[in-house]
Design a protein around this ligand. Structure first.
Ligand code: DLL
Length: 433
């Protein structure tokens, strides 16, 4: 099922033309209505008339998270405050949050792209969807909420937390779709198993999981545990929220809504565009937003793009799974490590639960690298030799995937703290000193 066939299946040449027209309009808008953008463009010697087609985008300056902080709270708006009908914010790790203002038109775009996501997952008017992303300043709850209402489905505005009630209502209201972070979905799956309710009593068929990186192995785990198809939903506050991209029934890359959000991949070191298909940092320009359009916003997310037509019929560009954020990358003893690599190894070992925590420290000038991982109930025995063998096997697999031998600590089931929103999987103590 396709929500907006014209846009999602447009031939690539027409799409580029449309993107060029929309980019030009956006550049005009920010140049005339947003002082920081005008100054930046003038400094770079670019004027709106230099932007004739989408290829000219490389002439424009980048925008970063730092810019959003520097112009906190409303300095990057391109409309008067009277046109702004909603604010969202995301709290970063440091300092002030990042604030985004939406006009009515922006909210309509958000509903439209959100509707494309849930339609692509096979959901429609007849379906009940439980939204267990947090509601509030975080875009997850209200974003998914608007999307489900737009396709005409029935939304259960659960928000996160209160797991027992989540499970009860999911069963009683016959939720077919579940929208939450993959880590919370895992938590719910375990809690459902522990409740005395049999799986047949649930109607769940589809998961819309995102807001944090997750792996193919985690998808398999979630699909098996919940008996569903688990789809990716991607987005970020600065650009709009959930709905920037989504998977389709082929589960082979995340389609980006590129008629609204134009993606580029750049070399994170030099800022130069990467050749098509290569991995690098994802950059977005919003080309239809009114309230706070962003040009060439550096997401810090690392991925690559696929431009071939998908088997589902959509021609929209697809994004490979996000390896992680460049600022999540750990450099341990000189080796680059992403938590997602650790996750993929853990999920492939049947004796382990997909719950882990990484602790990095520096002792006597040497990096230490510890991974705590839960062993499944049935394998967690007092028999030391069995656990030692398992530990050896994990270290060996991690060594071959990431090139480092961590200190693996096997811990009891349920002993690692669970998250109801985005999972926190790393404690890098080196940053504190
Ligand atoms: O997480 C918006 C969202 C809500 C997306 C619900 C999907 C579902 P932020 O809090 O601003 O917004 O965080 C954005 O989260 O730059 C990525 O690093 C990460 N992220 C979001 N979706 C995915 C995904 C929301 N599907 C940041 N896969 C982004 C991997 C994701 N990472």
């Amino acid at each position: 099922m396709i929500w907006n066939e014209t846009m999602e299946c447009m031939n690539r040449e027409d799409m580029r033309k449309l993107q060029g027209i929309r980019l030009r309009q956006t550049v005009e808008r920010v140049y005339h209505n947003c002082e920081p953008y005008r100054k930046r463009m003038q400094e770079k010697g670019v004027s709106p008339s230099d932007i004739q087609s989408i290829d000219d985008i490389v002439k424009l300056p980048f925008t970063s998270k730092k810019d959003l902080r520097d112009y906190y709270p409303f300095g990057l708006l391109s409309t008067p405050m009277s046109e702004i009908v909603r604010l969202h914010a995301s709290s970063g790790t440091t300092g002030k949050p990042i604030v985004v203002g939406y006009t009515r038109g922006d909210l309509a775009i958000w509903d439209e792209v959100g509707a494309r996501c849930f339609t692509a997952y096979g959901l429609g008017k007849q379906d009940v969807v439980q939204v267990s992303y947090g509601y509030g300043l975080f875009t997850g709850g209200l974003g998914a909420h608007g999307a489900v209402e737009t396709i005409g489905g029935t939304v259960i505005p659960m928000s996160s937390g209160n797991t027992e009630k989540q499970i009860m209502l999911m069963r009683d209201f016959g939720a077919v779709g579940l929208a939450c972070t993959p880590s919370y979905a895992l938590y719910l799956a375990d809690a459902m198993r522990d409740s005395n309710i049999s799986r047949d009593e649930f109607s769940l068929k589809v998961g819309a999981f995102g807001a944090e990186p997750w792996t193919e192995a985690m998808r398999k785990e979630l699909e098996a545990k919940l008996g569903i198809k688990a789809y990716d939903i991607y987005g970020l506050t600065e650009i709009i929220g959930p709905g920037v991209g989504h998977e389709c029934e082929c589960q082979n890359g995340t389609h980006l809504c590129e008629d609204h959000f134009y993606p580029e991949i750049i070399d994170p070191e030099t800022g130069e565009p990467m050749p098509p298909g290569e991995m690098g940092e994802l950059v977005f320009s919003t080309i239809t937003k009114e309230g706070m359009p962003l040009l060439r916003f550096r997401t810090r997310d690392l991925t690559s793009l696929i431009y071939e037509k998908c088997e589902c019929g959509r021609t929209s560009v697809r994004m490979n799974r996000i390896l992680g954020r460049s600022d999540d990358m750990l450099i341990i003893r000189g080796v680059n490590v992403f938590p997602s690599q650790v996750e993929s190894v853990i999920c492939e070992i049947p004796e382990l639960e997909p719950h882990y925590f990484i602790v990095v420290d520096r002792i006597n000038n040497l990096d230490t690298f510890e991974i705590q991982v839960e062993v499944k109930e049935e394998f967690y025995s007092d028999e030391m030799t069995r656990l030692l063998d398992l530990r050896k096997h994990i270290v060996h697999r991690l060594q071959s995937v990431i090139g480092l031998s961590p200190d693996v600590k096997l811990v009891e089931p349920r002993s690692i703290e669970r998250s109801q929103g985005k999972a926190k999987r790393v404690n890098d103590k080196r940053k504190l000193s």
